[in-house]
Design a protein around this ligand. Structure first.
Ligand code: 5GP
Ligand code: ZN
Length: 114
């Protein structure tokens, strides 16, 4: 989608620190990390939020989870633990309107979030 910052990242229009990529998704470092490790997982296809996913996207939703695990293992923080979170909509704190999951690790994270 033109004008979408994450579409630009997925299409390499904006150079970003990409740590994993496959046919369906991209994983890159968050611009303003909230933890020692703070990555964003996005589908290459534009979805405004989690609300845009339908039954036909069942496989993509699984791929995002499996990719998070793969990255956590490859970067060596899977065993210590991590948080995979999707902010959805206004109350969920979503700012960028391209579906993304935050993958946070590298310190003991607090719960509940603010
Ligand atoms: P949200 O609040 O929408 O769930 O989170 C959006 C995240 O995207 C924030 O953590 C923010 O730091 C990150 N972000 C926003 N713009 C950019 C960008 O241009 N590049 C990167 N790498 N991260 C971004
Ligand atoms: Zn987009």
């Amino acid at each position: 989608m033109s004008g979408c910052i994450f579409c630009k990242i997925a299409n390499k229009v904006i150079p970003t620190d990409i740590v994993y990529e496959d046919q369906h998704l991209v994983v890159f470092k968050d611009l303003k990390p909230a933890a020692p490790i703070h990555l964003l997982l996005i589908p290459k296809k534009h979805y405004s939020s989690l609300l845009d996913l339908g039954e036909e996207d069942f496989e993509l939703a699984g791929r995002l989870n499996v990719a998070a695990l793969r990255v956590a293992r490859n970067l060596g923080f899977a065993e210590n633990g991590f948080r995979l979170v999707c902010n959805c909509g206004w109350d969920g704190g979503q700012v960028v309107n391209h579906l993304h999951y935050h993958l946070l690790a590298g310190r003991e994270l607090q719960w509940p979030p603010g």
